[in-house]
Ligand binder design. Structure first.
Ligand code: AMP
Ligand code: ZN
Length: 117
């Protein structure tokens, strides 16, 4: 079933508590935790509890959960006192997606270049 937990999905296992993570916030529909390989002083991932392989699929199939993820990025940025931050959804291996469960990266705490590398 679309949205159902996948046995082979790392982030579904974090949602289920089967793999430890440094969780910073949890809601009925989302979990946010610190990235294990941080690319900035603050690097947090916000994921929906439902499983979709990327942000666009999540928005198409579960728009409320997609909105919840976006709202959480702002709440967490405020909690982390980030004046400026970058929200990234990697879609596709060609731009670095490695986990096929939709997730927003919140990156902050340092200056960044634009365009991105
Ligand atoms: P992406 O490359 O956009 O698919 O992002 C996946 C992110 O998940 C990477 O930044 C990884 O460092 C991060 N990651 C992988 N495994 C874990 C884990 N067990 N706990 C926290 N973050 C993880
Ligand atoms: Zn998953």
């Amino acid at each position: 079933m679309p949205g159902e937990p996948q046995d082979d999905c790392l982030f579904c296992k974090i949602v289920a508590g089967q793999i430890p993570a440094t969780i910073v916030r949890e809601t009925d529909t989302t979990v946010a935790f610190r990235d294990i390989n941080p690319q900035a002083p603050t690097h947090i991932l916000v994921i929906p509890k439902v499983h979709y392989e990327n942000a666009a699929a999540l928005a198409a199939e579960a728009p409320q959960a997609a909105a919840d993820v976006l709202r959480e990025t702002q709440v967490i940025a405020d909690e982390e006192k980030l004046e400026a931050y970058r929200t990234v959804f990697n879609t596709g291996a060609g731009v670095g997606q490695t986990v096929w469960h939709a997730h927003a990266h919140i990156l902050g705490g340092r200056g960044m270049q634009w365009p991105p590398g």
